[in-house]
Design a protein around this ligand. Structure first.
Ligand SMILES: Nc1ncnc2c1ncn2[C@@H]1O[C@H](COP(=O)(O)OP(=O)(O)OP(=O)(O)O)[C@@H](O)[C@H]1O
Ligand SMILES: [Mg+2]
Length: 357
């Protein structure tokens, strides 16, 4: 508390609070002070330090918030240095679950697509890893009963989760906790399941897995928007959904069906992602829009749902999926990895908006 002393430092704590209250939360609205996002304010001489408590560690607007708070506080008389720290408190949407929540899991996000083969699993996996890279606690549930892909995409083929006190212990890879229908069932069997069995199996995966504390559980749904997807989406206490599409598949009908399915279930649509959006030549850098481009942006405007971003068509993305090393784990600053990170942050931002709205 002595650190707050005005007389010894010469910097007025009151003026610092006032300065901070001029900074708006860019996405949720309201200022940072009224939203109680400023913690641990300390003043030592001309040095002012505080922590901004974000609604997600993968906040897309972290840099903006840092710049604006620093600029505002620097204007206060006597301030020479501003140290901005960040923490995150990921909160649930109030009154969200009529279904029982999954113990320890704050947000369940479904990744869906109007049709198969658009890269839904690739996108779901890379987004989950990107969120974990930003410091979130993330799980991935591969609920694609038609063709589970997490075992291959995350390099877990042939492995099986252990059972502890009648509950499954998820496998871990690339910072994620992972459960896949593919860990339990040989590929050849997956297709013969019927709706009710799938639904009860999924419930087991959700509720009888020792997920531990997770900020986000990303669920890769089977492709399409038919009965099975509807049953699955109904069985899960979802915070929101993401629809993956490719430019040429934005045959509006596909996206419309996806949007309608989630609306029917009152699940917020966090946004659309355009995968295989363009190709950048690795030699000359030229961008080609092989399947045309921008369809998802148009669809998002038409249906008034957010657009979360575009992922390029890239050999490295395909290869990464085949060898169990998601593209976003590449350490060199690759544009495709960056595009996953951008989309992941936009997604986390939308989840916060829904949770705090
Ligand atoms: N942006 C991309 N660039 C290059 N290849 C990609 C990209 N996205 C996905 N792929 C490749 O396309 C194929 C299909 O991707 P994926 O399995 O993720 O699609 P899906 O929508 O989950 O398919 P399904 O409907 O079978 O579940 C995979 O070989 C994957 O590596
Ligand atoms: Mg898939």
């Amino acid at each position: 508390m002595n650190l707050f002393s005005r007389r010894s430092s010469g910097v007025s704590e009151e003026l610092v609070w006032q300065a901070l209250s001029t900074v708006q939360e860019p996405e949720l609205g309201g200022d940072l002070v009224s939203r109680k996002m400023i913690k641990d304010l300390k003043i030592e001489g001309g040095r002012v330090g505080f922590t901004v408590e974000l609604t997600t560690p993968a906040c897309p607007l972290k840099d903006q918030i840092e710049n604006e708070t620093r600029a505002a506080v620097m204007k206060v008389a006597g301030v020479q240095e501003v140290v901005v720290g960040f923490s995150a408190n990921v909160k649930q949407r109030p009154g969200l679950f009529d279904k029982a929540g999954i113990p320890g899991v704050t947000h369940v996000i479904a990744v869906a697509s109007g049709k198969g083969g658009v890269g839904k699993s690739t996108v779901a996996t890379n987004l989950a890893v990107a969120l974990a890279q930003d410091g979130a606690r993330v799980g991935l549930l591969d609920a694609d009963v038609y063709g589970p892909s997490a075992p291959i995409m995350l390099g877990l083929k042939g492995k099986q989760p252990m059972v502890q006190d009648g509950k499954m212990v998820p496998l871990e890879a690339h910072g994620l906790k992972v459960i896949s229908i593919g860990f339990m069932v040989p590929e050849s069997q997956a297709l013969i399941f019927r709706g009710p069995i799938i639904s009860s199996m999924l419930r087991q995966f959700l509720y009888d897995t020792l997920w531990g504390d997770l900020d986000y559980l990303v669920v890769d749904l089977p492709p399409g928007t038919g009965d099975i997807q509807l049953t699955l989406a109904q069985a899960i206490p979802l915070s929101g959904s993401v629809i993956v599409t490719t430019p040429q598949d934005v045959a509006l009908a596909d996206v419309t069906r996806g949007i309608e399915m989630f609306k029917k279930l009152s699940v917020p649509i966090l946004g659309l992602i355009e995968n295989m959006s363009f190709f950048r030549c690795p030699h000359c850098g030229e961008r080609s829009e092989i399947f045309s481009h921008g369809g998802a942006v148009k669809a998002s405007k038409q249906f008034d749902v957010p657009f979360l971003g575009e992922i390029p068509l890239s050999l490295a993305i395909r290869e990464g999926g085949d060898v169990g090393e998601p593209a976003v784990t590449k350490t060199q600053p690759e544009a495709f990895a960056e595009s996953f990170r951008d989309v992941a942050r936009n997604l986390a931002g939308r989840v916060s908006v829904e949770a705090y709205a």
